[in-house]
Design a protein around this ligand. Structure first.
Ligand code: GDG
Length: 450
């Protein structure tokens, strides 16, 4: 059996690395004697010229450090100040600097150099996400003939956004060196096909086959899932009490997102404000808990979103709070996973309202965590990749506060029978297309594509 080599921006470290992707890939890595390669998280002025081994996981882990200039240009710069806003429909937030593009190319070149001594001819290589688009081209330039696949966790931009890149032709050249491109949703495969048609020499040969820069390339849709069985168990075991409900008698609405401008948190707050203005009967009967751990604080656009969100939460509480009711609780830090699972289970409404999102795993976790006898209602943005497969959620347009507020009111009123019906169909999808299904589906297709 050929070894699986996974490459991602961050290497999962720690004694018992956990998280969805680790669970997804652990079996395939372990059974093939595979390797995971990624950034250690260490920014140092002497990053070294070989990969560092990290024992203690059921597969081999090899890391590289970055110097501060590379971290600034490759990670904060091209990856998170150009590609991230672009792929989330916010080209206005891009900060284009020639040194960001150079730094991004340079780090991908270095990763390829560091990988070469560790590769064997019969490996298969799976590259994760937007930080590493050029990696296949760099590996091919060093003589690697092994199958190489890429999976993009975030949306693929359409032609108008792609055209705002400083180097759209180069993006398609990078992609042409992969055997398989995996996307989260049909929407992304469509955007790739259309952008490639308009901005490169790409021919669309059939549903999933393309010719790009003279090379044959497969592309497909592989919606990522969660470790559903584990999450169901975690939520069931969570302590039953919810202090907020005991103290106030209000039904809880929950949002859980990294504090990212793509997640539509301010839009969701404004919709809640509208709900409270329009339906005073709901005062003291509904309570909104938003958990939003910090992320990428060094990037300017993330400082702005924090200010906006705190300001809005303060205003809504000032407008509506009473002595025994706080309408919004905004927690700007991370919670342990088992606490999240328990909170999801207690929440009557799960609010997932991104303006753009590759998939959104919170939507799936919320469904998995529910009590099937008395489940809550998922309110889901049509712009999350998850909306393509979770049609039994209340699907909303997050830009329209009255649409979102209407769904919140509908969820509050929904009969037990309807909640159960919707939930059982949603749960079936979450369990069938879980994280193990995702990695199997992708790797089987990679084997056929190369
Ligand atoms: C990218 C794409 C795609 C959040 N707060 C806490 C916490 N979380 C966990 C959630 C969930 C994960 O983080 C977030 O996943 P998402 O899918 O919602 O979003 P991104 O981080 O933007 O991920 C996305 C994903 O990649 C996978 O392909 O779905 O579209 O943007 O698992 O539970 N976990 C803990 N405490 C928190 O406070 N423990």
């Amino acid at each position: 059996m050929s070894r699986l080599i996974v490459v991602s921006n961050r290497l999962p470290l720690g004694e018992n690395p956990s998280g969805g992707l680790v669970v997804a890939l652990e079996d395939a890595l372990r059974s093939s004697g595979g390797v995971w390669i990624g950034f250690s998280g260490e920014v140092t002025e002497n990053p070294g010229d070989s990969l560092q081994d990290h024992p203690g996981a059921p597969f081999q882990r090899l890391s590289f450090d970055l110097n501060s200039e590379d971290h600034e240009r490759y990670y904060l710069g091209y990856s998170n100040s150009i590609l991230w806003p672009l792929c989330h429909g916010r080209p206005d937030l891009m900060r284009i600097r020639p040194e960001f593009v150079d730094g991004y190319r340079q780090v991908n070149r270095r990763i390829a150099d560091l990988m070469i001594p560790h590769l064997r001819d019969d490996d298969r290589i799976w590259v994760q996400d937007y930080h590493l688009f050029p990696l296949a081209a760099e590996l091919r330039a060093r003589g690697v003939t092994a199958p190489i696949g890429h999976f993009l966790h975030i949306p693929f931009p359409g032609p108008a956004d792609c055209g705002a890149l400083p180097n759209p032709e180069e993006l398609f050249d990078w992609l042409s060196h992969y055997d398989l491109l995996g996307f989260q949703a049909e929407r992304d495969l469509g955007a790739f096909a259309e952008s490639g048609r308009q901005l490169s020499d790409m021919d669309h040969l059939s549903d999933t086959k393309f010719r790009l820069s003279g090379r044959l390339l497969r592309a497909g849709v592989f919606p990522i899932g969660i470790d559903a069985a584990d999450f169901i168990a975690e939520a069931k075991d969570a302590p039953d009490e919810d202090r907020m409900r005991i103290l106030t008698g209000a039904k809880m609405m929950i949002g859980v997102d990294r504090l990212d401008y793509s997640k539509g948190i301010p839009h969701r707050f404004r919709a809640y404000q509208l709900l409270l203005e329009k339906i005073p009967d709901l005062h003291e009967k509904i309570s909104f808990l938003q958990i939003a751990p910090p992320t990428r604080g060094e990037v300017e656009a993330y400082q702005d979103i924090r200010e906006e969100t705190e300001h809005l939460a303060g205003r809504i509480n000032g407008q509506f709070a009473s002595l025994n009711w706080t309408p919004i609780r905004f927690i700007h830090r991370s919670m342990p996973r088992h606490v999240l699972a328990g909170l999801y289970r207690q929440a009557r409404i799960g609010l997932v309202t991104p303006l753009a999102d590759g998939m959104n795993l919170v939507a799936k976790e919320y469904v998995a965590a529910q009590d099937p006898d008395d489940p809550g209602v998922l309110v889901l943005s049509r712009f999350a990749g998850a909306a393509e497969t979770m049609e039994d959620a209340l699907i909303i347009n997050p830009h329209d506060p009255s649409d979102t507020a209407g769904a919140m009111a509908q969820a509050m009123r929904m009969t037990l029978e309807e909640r159960r019906e919707r939930h059982s169909r949603l749960l079936k999808g979450v369990v069938e297309q879980d994280i193990a299904w995702w990695s199997r589906a992708y790797l089987t297709t990679l084997d056929q594509a190369s």
